[in-house]
Design a protein around this ligand. Structure first.
Ligand SMILES: NC(=O)c1ccc[n+]([C@@H]2O[C@H](COP(=O)([O-])OP(=O)(O)OC[C@H]3O[C@@H](n4cnc5c(N)ncnc54)[C@H](OP(=O)(O)O)[C@@H]3O)[C@@H](O)[C@H]2O)c1
Length: 388
């Protein structure tokens, strides 16, 4: 019943909007608005039927105010890759803030997305739709009726890929351009694009003494020559996204996080989470004492929603919190969890250039302590059984 009310109130308003927009494109795009409405209503009802109302035990975001939780729905937004590590937290935050969320996944019937249906407000305000980054019509359907898009989806491999062009570059670059084209076609007001520090720091000519800021771009040719394919995919995707936005008058703000860690909402482990789970499980005799810059997944979600909501936000924002070596991470973990199978010895690792999130902090962004991130992460791994 609650689902029907939602359908008739806010989503219905969005559907009406879609029809008005599509009639403006002429008969080729919208042959029969009534039929289209019925089709979309059917889609929403099917999605609604697949969601089960559950009392969620998931952790809320710590800094949500009473008014956030009680406010009327804020409008519809699309989250691409809503089933991923970061995408799930972005969907969670948006739902907690009373947005209507349409999340794209590649197979809505896959059990690996079940956690999304248990998020607070999901039973009334979340719709999961099937979309692939290389399937343009699926993106247009997913984005239609939304005033904002959080483009999170992109391949993040946990090991080397056999065909970088097909496995990484095309979904990242062509996929991002497809999302942006669909946003122009459907008159989206703002896109928040999840880039990466990978698009910032692969720049051998940046002076060692100067912390990297948003004016620093990874050198695509250097990424190619050193066969850093993921870095190349994110660098080319962000460059092309910004060019496309400028040429087409689309409002795109990009956020470039460093290594993202923190609690899992989903039951499976993504590439960046493996950095921690391996330290807890593998008991290596010798581990490289790598230097990482890390940020909590919940703080990244907060950054994305912050720049979405701030009209004055523009350009790119580096999103980084702590600069730390692997050995120090192990020492923090050992204090609270002494019995895991940690590395026994460390070799020196390469130092990385510093990076600053000052621009994002000036917008009001802050981040939690590393201790909080690590403890919440391990507790979530225990719950998900990924350390067994
Ligand atoms: N994790 C980090 O340390 C880190 C740091 C900086 C930036 N980022 C960026 O953050 C974003 C999310 O990463 P994550 O760590 O959350 O990784 P993740 O859990 O692996 O999520 C990646 C998401 O992208 C989707 N995806 C991949 N290829 C797709 C395609 N062809 N069509 C549609 N969807 C596709 C996946 O969908 P399925 O669910 O269908 O597989 C998944 O939901 C990425 O853009 C990544 O580059 C991550």
């Amino acid at each position: 019943m609650a689902l029907r009310l939602c359908l008739n109130a806010t989503w219905r308003w969005q559907i009406d909007d879609v029809i008005q927009d599509s009639t403006a494109f002429g008969p080729q795009r919208a042959p029969d608005p009534k039929q289209q409405l019925q089709h979309q209503m059917h889609g929403f009802e099917k999605a609604a039927a697949s969601l089960r109302t559950t009392t969620s035990s998931l952790p809320p975001f710590s800094n949500l105010s009473e008014s956030d939780l009680m406010s009327p729905a804020k409008g519809a937004v699309c989250v691409t890759g809503a089933g991923g590590f970061l995408g799930s937290w972005v969907a969670h935050l948006l739902l907690s803030r009373n947005y209507l969320v349409r999340g794209t996944v590649r197979d809505p019937l896959d059990e690996k997305y079940a956690h999304l249906k248990q998020l607070p407000n999901a039973s009334s305000n979340l719709e999961l739709v099937k979309a692939d980054l290389l399937d343009y019509p699926s993106l247009v359907s997913a984005i239609q009726g939304c005033s904002g898009v959080f483009h999170v989806a992109s391949p993040v491999p946990s090991s080397s890929v056999s065909n970088p062009q097909v496995d990484l570059i095309e979904p990242a670059v062509t996929g991002t351009l497809n999302v942006l084209k669909a946003c122009v076609e459907t008159k989206v007001k703002r896109v928040v694009y999840v880039s990466s520090a990978a698009a910032v720091f692969m720049n051998p000519s940046w002076p060692d003494s100067q912390p990297m800021d948003e004016s620093c771009w990874s050198d695509a040719e250097y990424c190619r020559a050193t066969e850093n394919w993921y870095y190349l995919s994110k660098t080319e995707a962000e460059i092309k996204a910004m060019e496309y936005a400028k040429a087409n008058g689309l409002d795109v703000v990009s956020v470039c996080p460093n290594l993202i860690i923190g609690p899992l909402l989903k039951p499976t482990v993504n590439a960046s989470t493996m950095v921690l789970t391996k330290l807890l499980k593998e008991g290596k005799d010798l581990e490289e004492n790598k230097h990482h810059r890390v940020v909590d997944v919940r703080d990244v979600a907060e950054a994305l929603v912050l720049v979405y909501e701030k009209p004055e936000a523009q350009g790119r924002y580096i999103c980084t919190a702590h600069s730390i070596h692997v050995k120090d991470v192990v020492d923090i973990l050992k204090e609270k969890y002494p019995n895991y199978n940690y590395p026994r010895n460390f070799t020196d690792g390469e130092e990385k250039k510093e990076m600053s999130s000052e621009k994002l902090q000036r917008q009001g962004w802050s981040y939690r302590s590393l201790q909080e991130t690590l403890v919440d992460a391990v507790e979530s791994y225990k719950k998900a059984g990924v350390l067994d």
